[in-house]
Write a protein that binds this ligand. Structure first.
Ligand code: AMP
Ligand code: MG
Ligand code: MG
Length: 309
């Protein structure tokens, strides 16, 4: 076992386990038996990949880091533990940062930590073959604040054809940085917004219209949309709806904030991630690399009034 600080080891394990989760997600798709279940309705699905990856990540993390709180989207539907999906690997790329652990995280105790898992974000898109929308999300909160995160994109590069290396893992720790992606310069003099594809509502659309955007990128998944903001493809991810949950935002938020971005609700409130917090982000989601206050200020009050934090 590495003697790196606890948080660095936890992130190193999360990266390695998320990589393995990508194999599970691709394998289930290849076999073609998705085992789709409707949770609250046709827009809220669960597949065998959601269930198996949930069990894999949650069991692997709990065994490696006893005492840590582990909460996941599919906790209630987790299948029996299957040892072939329980891992103890750690990413060497992350362990290299052992001596960069910020002072405030050096003595973190397991009880201070909540690991938020979205085993498959963008499930609806997964079932429709929009494969690059799909991500596996692991968020690490310390004392209720998002501190580190992992976004694994199992089908990154899948349009590149035979032989291309599939999948990538993006990770970040506040105070250390974010890794695994390329940041482009945002287009100037334009507003590009990314938002939901499969969960549109009246408030979602009205909030977008208020900015008279030049382009709206409608794609699945919170992880995927934060990636679009991270890479400089959109100025903002705006979702004026209560549908997104803590496991969607915890990991992506840390990755974004580790490079100076912000992710809050549409009122500007800092999201809380302690273990007893309510799961839905009822105040919506706003994520940016820069100019966060401009977007906060210009979301119409009438929409803010409909989305109580
Ligand atoms: P989307 O941008 O629509 O892909 O949503 C981002 C995340 O929030 C996904 O995990 C969705 O499952 C979740 N989500 C958003 N709206 C809803 C909703 N109305 N019901 C259930 N889940 C939702
Ligand atoms: Mg999700
Ligand atoms: Mg999910």
């Amino acid at each position: 076992m590495s003697d790196a600080p606890f948080l660095i080891r936890l992130v190193a394990a999360s990266v390695a386990i998320a990589d393995k989760a990508g194999l599970i997600v691709r394998d289930i798709m290849k076999k073609g038996e998705l085992g789709i279940v409707e949770k609250t309705g046709i827009q809220d699905l669960q597949t065998q990949a959601d269930r198996t990856v949930q069990m894999s990540i949650s069991t692997s993390i709990s065994r490696l880091f006893p005492g840590v709180n582990v909460l996941g989207e599919e906790d209630d539907d987790q299948p029996a533990v299957d040892e072939q999906y329980v891992y103890s690997d750690m990413s060497a790329d992350v362990l290299k940062y052992a001596d960069k652990c910020p002072d405030k995280y050096k003595n973190v105790k397991p009880e201070q930590v909540v690991v938020w898992i979205d085993p498959l974000d963008g499930t609806k898109e997964y079932t429709e073959g929009l494969l690059d929308h799909v991500t596996v999300l692991i968020g690490i909160a310390i004392d209720g604040q998002s501190a580190a995160g992992v976004i694994h994109q199992p089908y990154f590069n899948y349009k590149a054809g035979e032989g291309a290396q599939l999948g990538r893992t993006i990770w970040g720790i506040i105070g250390v940085g974010s890794f695994g992606f390329t940041q482009k310069k945002l287009p100037e003099g334009k507003t590009i917004i990314t938002t939901t594809r499969s969960h549109p509502t009246k408030t979602v659309q009205e909030a977008i219209d208020a900015f008279k955007p030049d382009e709206v990128i409608r794609v699945g998944g919170c992880g995927h949309k934060v990636l679009i903001v991270l890479e400089g493809e959109a100025h903002v991810y705006l979702f004026a709806s209560p549908g997104c949950k803590k496991w969607d935002t915890c990991g992506p938020q840390a990755i974004l904030e580790a490079i100076g971005g912000r992710l809050t609700d549409i009122h500007g409130n800092v999201l809380q991630y302690h273990k007893d917090v309510k799961k839905p982000n009822t105040g919506g989601v706003l994520a940016t690399i820069c100019n966060h206050d401009y977007f906060l200020k210009n979301i119409p009050q009438g929409i803010k009034d409909q989305l109580k934090p």
